[in-house]
Design a protein. Structure first.
Ligand SMILES: *Cc1c(COP(=O)(O)O)cnc(C)c1O
Length: 248
């Protein structure tokens, strides 16, 4: 098996061990699912973060069964999406997720080419994505990025401003954009116990929004170094780069 294929297997083993510890289903999805029915148990999707790696690395991961890919930089991603257009309509379709910062003047190609955007942190960006999403495509799936560790430099909406932003984004036309949940990039923590706190805080924010009347099912949190902590706290999408593709 290729190196990328064997690393993917190793990441799945780590995820399954964490699922067993958490008492969750051991099924690891390779494609993020459509909205869950209310009350359904959480699913777990492995998003392979291919930023800085070329189209051939993505092809190799895809050959090993991976379908959902995360990208940070819009221009780099568009070139890869174009180079891999043949995989879109194949028997194992690929799904493209934007996980990096998005400026409001760059939304059009994102609305046209991606399936998910995890990094929405302003209403204006969501409004433009809704206006620019082509009518023939399924609704773009959105997460709101939350500045969970309160770092000045990080993007993301501050928790105090989240309820208003979530309500406004959820009210956009649902044929164009669908708000699915929350995303966070916690600051690194030294111990497994300390790693869990920000993922737990994100889960509690999601629960609060749902108690307020929304129906959100997605917690996009956990990366190579803290995916176990994220799964133990209810993550439904882990975004894993280094552990699959190697060091950047
Ligand atoms: C790069 C990146 C990841 C993947 O991080 P690794 O530590 O390489 O697994 C996940 N999420 C975001 C937003 C990233 O920018």
């Amino acid at each position: 098996m290729s190196t990328i294929g064997s690393k993917l297997q190793e990441v799945k083993r780590r995820l399954q061990a964490a699922c067993a510890e958490a008492g969750r289903s051991a099924e690891i999805l390779t494609l993020a699912p459509p909205p869950a029915a209310p009350g359904a148990p959480p699913t777990l999707t492995l998003l392979a973060v291919s930023k800085t790696f070329g189209a051939e690395a993505v092809r190799e991961a895809h050959a090993a069964g991976q379908q959902a890919f995360g990208e940070n930089y819009v221009q780099e991603a568009l070139a890869k999406i174009e180079a891999l257009a043949d995989l879109r309509g194949g028997p194992l379709p690929v799904q493209w997720h934007l996980i990096g910062p998005l400026q409001s003047n760059k939304t059009r190609p994102v609305a046209e080419a991606f399936d998910w955007v995890h990094s929405v942190d302003r209403l204006k960006v969501a409004q433009r994505l809704a206006e620019q999403r082509p009518a023939h495509l399924p609704p773009l799936q959105l997460c709101l990025q939350v500045n969970i560790s309160g770092e000045d430099s990080k993007s993301g909406v501050p928790p105090a401003e989240l309820p208003a932003l979530a309500a406004a984004v959820a009210a956009l036309p649902r044929q164009r954009v669908q708000l699915r949940g929350l995303m966070a990039i916690p600051e690194p923590a030294a111990t497994p116990q300390a790693q869990r706190a920000p993922h737990r805080a994100l889960r509690e924010l999601l629960a609060g929004l749902n108690a307020g009347g929304l129906a959100l099912d997605t917690l996009s949190t956990g990366m190579s170094a803290d995916l176990e902590a994220a799964v133990l706290e209810g993550s439904t999408v882990v975004r894993v780069g280094t552990a699959i593709f190697g060091r950047r």
